[in-house]
Design a binder for this molecule. Structure first.
Ligand code: HEC
Length: 131
C-alpha cells in the first residue's frame, strides 16, 4: 500500500519537475521585462533602488528586486551597440546583484562598477535630447 503511494508521488514529482524545466527554457528566450521597465524599476529617479544600493544602503528586499529585474536586460536587444558587449555588461550586473543577495565579500564594489550609467548609455542608448 505504502509503496504504491510513494511511487505515485515520485512520478508526480518527476512530471512536475519536467514541466518546470521546459517552462524555464521558454522563459529564458523571452525577457520578462523590457530595458525601459528595468530602468524605471531600478534606476530612474533620486530614490531609485540602484542608487540606494550603490550607497551601501540596500536591504534584502532591494537585492531581491535587482535579482528579479536585471536578468531580463541581457535577453533584450539594445537599439544601439555591439550585442556581445551589451550582454557582458548586463551579465556583470546580474552577477553582482546575485552576489549582493548572497552577501558575498566585494559584492558592493562589483555592483558599483557594473551599474555605470554613462558607460552603458553612451554605447547602447539611442541619443534623444539628453542622456
Ligand atoms: C547595462 C546597460 C545600462 C546601464 C548600466 C544603465 N542603463 Fe539606463 N538604459 C540603458 C538602455 C539601453 C536604455 C534605453 C532603453 C530603451 O529606450 O529601450 C536605458 C534607458 C534609461 C532611462 C530611460 C527609461 C525610460 O523611461 O524610457 C533611464 C531613466 C535610465 N536608463 C537610467 C539609468 C541610470 C540612472 C543608470 C545608472 C544608475 C542606468 N540607467 C544604467 C542601458 C543601461
Amino acid at each position: 500500500m505504502h509503496r504504491k503511494r510513494t511511487w505515485t508521488l515520485a512520478l508526480a514529482l518527476g512530471a512536475g519537475l519536467f514541466t518546470l524545466g521546459s517552462a524555464h527554457a521558454a522563459d529564458s528566450a523571452k525577457p520578462k521585462y523590457t530595458i525601459e521597465e528595468v530602468m524605471k524599476a531600478l534606476h530612474k529617479g533620486d530614490d531609485a533602488i540602484g542608487k540606494k544600493v550603490g550607497k551601501g544602503q540596500g536591504t534584502k528586499e532591494d537585492f531581491a528586486k535587482l535579482v528579479e529585474y536585471y536578468p531580463s536586460l541581457a535577453l533584450n536587444k539594445p537599439s544601439k551597440g555591439d550585442l556581445a558587449a551589451w550582454k557582458e555588461k548586463c551579465n556583470a550586473l546580474t552577477a553582482s546583484a546575485k552576489a549582493l543577495k548572497a552577501g558575498e565579500d566585494g559584492a558592493l564594489e562589483k555592483y558599483r562598477k557594473a551599474v555605470n550609467c554613462k558607460a552603458c548609455h553612451s554605447e547602447h542608448k539611442e541619443d534623444k535630447e539628453h542622456k
